[in-house]
Design a protein around this ligand. Structure first.
Ligand SMILES: [Zn+2]
Length: 331
């Protein structure tokens, strides 16, 4: 009896820790411009044998960055050092197995309010053991070491940073100015988006027909169906194969269904009392905590060190809840 229960717990452990991921389709979604996520390109990504080489566990920085920097040598050097520090910090808190290739461009984004952006270059459709197809960010798929995977893009993360911003670097050994932004803090934030800290839910459904926003839904033309329980429930709002003459007719029916409550509650959760959107954690709840890094706005005149202290002096700028989100998506 005793050995039987040991056997069943062992089996449970194996089932809990095993990933059964298979290729779901040979079409992937590329996001060539992280500054414009509506620009999606559907590309062929045939099954490809894994050619990743073994990377030592004790590697201190799993990020390999290709820099496109036309600023002064001193500024470009500061940027490289900040990327290096950010790569090391993420490598310290996540159990990475494969090198993540980043293409980083430092250029004028012609909008001083825009700090920069980073995103996974490609999303790949995989079926997991619950039989649901999900789009996985390429840097994450690499960590699974699948023997055959959908073809990768050359880079895992694409990043842009604005030369038009007054950046502050720790290495300058000067007090941060009230209009300056700590480059290292911003890099960390953006790289975490690049790892897949992002949502495919948006307000697109209602904006397509110029209506006020009352709900969020999964982006319909994401190329491949990505599904969670809420998506399945929302799909029930209209019977399969019903045809509609106009977008408005379809949207009106979706919004009059009982399932629209899900879209409404997603909207409320994402925006209550602040404008943090759905790709970030709430400013109100997390700004003064160790999880400040992934709030929507990063105030000027504040260094990462200051934000860490204000958040309670946690041992890493990547707080425990941010880490648990990354772990829940598979890191
Ligand atoms: Zn962000």
């Amino acid at each position: 009896m005793k050995s039987q229960s040991i056997y069943s717990s062992l089996l449970l452990c194996i089932l809990t820790f095993s990933h059964f991921l298979t290729i779901a389709a040979e079409r992937c979604v590329d996001f060539p411009d992280p500054l414009n996520l509506s620009k999606q390109v559907i590309v062929d990504c045939p099954p490809t044998a894994n050619k990743d080489v073994y990377v030592k566990r004790q590697t201190t920085n799993f990020f390999e960055v290709t820099h496109n920097c036309s600023a002064t040598a001193a500024l470009c050097n500061n940027i490289k050092e900040a990327f290096n520090d950010a790569g090391k910090e993420i490598s310290k808190v996540l159990k990475l197995k494969q090198i993540i290739k980043v293409n980083a461009t430092f250029t004028d984004l012609f909008d001083p309010t825009l700090l920069g952006a980073a995103g996974s270059a490609r999303y790949l459709p995989l079926t997991s053991d619950d039989k649901i197809i999900r789009l996985y960010p390429q840097p994450l798929v690499k960590q699974f070491s699948l023997s055959v995977h959908p073809e990768y893009d050359d880079y895992d993360i694409i990043a842009f940073f604005n030369t038009g911003v007054d950046w502050w670097f720790k290495t300058d050994n000067e007090t941060i100015g009230s209009d300056q932004h700590d480059f290292y803090l911003i890099i960390l934030h953006k790289l975490i988006h690049g790892l897949g800290f992002i949502s495919s839910w948006s307000n697109l459904l209602e904006t397509v027909v110029d209506q006020d926003i009352t709900g969020l839904t999964p982006i319909p033309d994401f190329g491949v169906s990505t599904s969670i329980d809420y998506t399945s429930q929302l799909n029930e709002s209209v019977s399969v194969e019903t045809s509609f003459d106009t977008n408005l007719e379809f949207i009106t029916q979706v919004k009059s269904s009982s399932q629209w409550e899900i879209a409404e509650s997603a909207f409320i959760s994402a925006t209550t009392n602040d404008s943090s959107g759905i790709n970030h954690v709430s400013e109100k709840h997390y700004d003064l905590t160790p999880n400040f890094l992934m709030t929507w706005s990063q105030a000027s005149g504040e260094t990462l060190e200051y934000a860490i202290q204000r958040g309670g002096n946690y041992s890493s700028p990547i707080g425990p809840r941010i880490l648990s989100i990354l772990e829940s998506i598979g890191y």
